[in-house]
Design a binder for this molecule. Structure first.
Ligand code: ADP
Length: 606
């Protein structure tokens, strides 16, 4: 049994010596100041374990006591690096160290023959001091670990657990007295002490596999957050900030930052921008605790860096490849945010331009219109025939210009939410007729507009002027986009509470892929056939918005090369059901009419 006891004691001592050596080696490679304190404490503990197995002598005992007290004191110093001690506590700790070492030496040198009570009291003081040096940090680390990323948390807890077990063993050993001197009790306590070795080693230098396991839970959360981050971040600054936060969390680091192509810090967490910039420009040694991964930005290659702290594991290849992958996603997210920002800025500029141009142009055009109409009316004197012809052309062009300006003003109003409708009950047939009249001037020999109207009124509650504009725009588009000519039908129908005006042409038609563009602001489809045609891309945008404001919509059905049908839908006045923006068939196909409406047999042809 005694052999077994000796063996276990040797084994435990060897374990602590190995721990001390391993930590000395790692520390030699990494040289962190804070970690150095912990390393010194553990090396001292390993040395105590080794010397404890050597036959005792007075100088050796003195050395043992000094090293033992220092092993505890260094843990407190390590804690001081991580969570600074108050000044008084710091001084008190030094005093306690001095007193303990003194009492310990006295115990060895002078109290050899003193009563057992005195000897025990001296031993108790030593163990209590050591327990304070290590116990206080143990408790602190455990509490602090709650707020830390998974990797740091686990490391802190392993360290705390290791020292807690050591403290318990020491106290049980001293207080338990004779009861714990039995060989089996010694074997148990020794084995328990031995179990502390891997705990502490792992907390000091966790292997990659363990780091990955610790991170696993957090990674799922991270993945979800990352998706959020990359898709929903409103702008680049926000995205960069959040990206750094998660990078720090992901690697269990303490701080991190993103720099742009010029080395400027664009986002940082846990570190101020100046210090981050210093770190980037400093020498390799200071950068040992930094991992960087390239981030591709529009302006060039920047970088995402995370900085290890006092309690960060040295980053291994696992962390580096993880950060690289993460940085790639961040690059994609930043690019998306940049494009979104640019688009928003462009939209903003368009609105500003619309506003400014339309209002600035309106005044002069009104004046010109006034003079042109005076010229036409002969108020400024008689014109010869050529003059009258020129004035006619001028009048047509000025009125075209005026329409354009009105369209721009309307779009600007819509953007600003300042558009109000003057809704009255109207007959959609009349509105369609007057729309056709406004485009009459555009109809040439190649085109024919056929009005297909029902016999009965089609009552709608609408802003008649705006509705006329919508239909007129559909008609003028039908003319404009059928350059080879053809028939244009304007069919008015009402069915199941929905009134429809369908404008069908035999023109160019629209390819499927261009459909999404049609109703966007300034959305124009530019093809070799249409590039020479003038337009703003505002007509359909405005039309749809105005239709929607009136409870309706505009839909389109088109076959490229064959022609298109644009259908304005509006709710029939007094109908219970609101208009649904469902698919609309080609005009003529819905021969059935609701609410006692019947098509008239006559077709008005222009
Ligand atoms: P604009 O005619 O001023 O360009 P719109 O908003 O009225 O602007 O129309 C947007 C685009 O939709 C047009 O540029 C054209 O490409 C397409 N489009 C509109 N109506 C027709 C049509 N009847 N046939 C073919 N393409 C059309």
């Amino acid at each position: 049994m005694t052999l077994a006891v000796t063996l276990v004691q040797d084994l435990t001592a060897a374990g602590f010596v190995a721990l001390g050596l391993a930590i000395a080696y790692r520390w030699y490679r990494e040289r962190g100041r804070a970690q150095g304190k912990l390393a010194l404490g553990l090396i001292a503990l390993g040395t105590v374990a080794a010397l404890g197995r050597v036959p005792s002598s007075v100088p050796l005992s003195v050395l043992l006591i000094v090293l033992f007290m220092l092993s505890g004191f260094f843990v407190l110093l390590f804690r001081n690096e991580f969570i600074p001690l108050g000044r008084t506590a710091y001084r008190a700790a030094w005093v306690l160290l001095g007193v303990s070492i003194l009492v310990g030496i006295l115990d060895v040198v002078a109290l050899q023959h003193a009563s057992p009570v005195v000897v025990s009291a001296a031993g108790f003081l030593l163990i209590t001091s050591w327990s304070i040096f290590t116990g206080e940090p143990t408790f602190r680390f455990w509490v602090a670990s709650n707020a830390l990323p998974a990797v740091q948390k686990a490391r802190m807890r392993f360290l705390s657990l290791g020292f807690a077990v050591l403290i318990v063993i020491l106290f049980v050993d001293v207080l338990g007295g004779g009861a714990l001197q039995s060989p089996s009790a010694v074997i148990v306590t020794q084995l328990l002490a031995l179990s502390v070795v891997p705990l502490i080693y792992v907390s000091f230098a966790p292997p990659p596999l363990l780091r990955r396991i610790w991170r696993m839970g957090e990674e799922n959360e991270l993945r979800a957050a990352m998706q959020d981050l990359l898709i929903f971040s409103p702008n680049r600054e926000d995205l960069a900030d959040r990206a750094v936060f998660w990078a720090v969390r992901l690697l269990g680091a303490t701080s991190g930052f993103i720099t742009d192509a010029n080395g400027q810090v664009v986002a940082s967490v846990g570190i101020d921008a100046d210090r981050a910039a210093n770190l980037v420009s400093s020498q390799a040694e200071a950068r040992a605790q930094i991992v960087q991964a390239p981030v591709h930005m529009a302006e060039g290659q920047g970088s995402l860096a995370v900085v290890g702290g006092r309690f960060t594991p040295l980053f291994g290849s696992d962390e580096i490849s993880q950060l690289r992958a993460y940085a790639n996603s961040v690059s994609a997210g930043l690019e998306r945010a940049r494009v979104t920002e640019r688009l928003a800025a462009i939209e903003e500029h368009k609105t500003q331009f619309l506003n400014l141009a339309s209002h600035e142009l309106r005044g002069p055009v009104t004046v010109i219109r006034g003079y042109v109409s005076m010229l036409e009316g002969g108020l400024l004197g008689n014109l010869n025939q050529r003059g009258r012809k020129a004035v006619g052309v001028m009048a047509a062009k000025v009125s075209e210009m005026n329409e354009l300006i009105e369209e721009m003003i309307e779009a600007a109003r819509l953007e600003e939410g300042g558009l109000t409708l003057r809704t009255v009950e109207a007959d959609l047939r009349d509105v369609a007729q007057s729309a056709a009249a406004t485009v009459a001037a555009l109809v040439d020999v190649q085109h024919r507009i056929v009005m297909d109207l029902p016999e009965r009124r089609v009552r709608v509650n609408v802003d008649p002027d705006r509705t006329r504009t919508i239909i007129a725009n559909l008609l003028s588009n039908a003319i404009k986009y059928s350059p080879a000519g053809g028939e244009i039908t304007c069919q008015v129908r009402a069915r199941a509470g929905v009134a429809r005006v369908a404008v069908t042409d035999e023109g160019l038609g629209i390819a499927k892929e261009h459909m999404p563009t049609l109703f966007t602001r300034f959305g124009r489809v530019i093809t070799p056939q249409t590039e020479h045609l003038k337009g703003t891309g505002l007509g359909l945008f405005l039309g749809r918005q105005l239709a929607r404001m009136q409870g309706g919509d505009i839909t389109v059905a088109s076959v490229e090369g064959k022609g298109s049908t644009f259908t304005l839908q509006l709710p029939v006045a007094g109908a219970a059901e609101p208009v649904s923006a469902g698919p609309v068939g080609a005009p003529g196909s819905d021969g059935e009419l609701g609410v006692a409406e019947r098509p008239i047999a006559t077709r008005a042809t222009r």
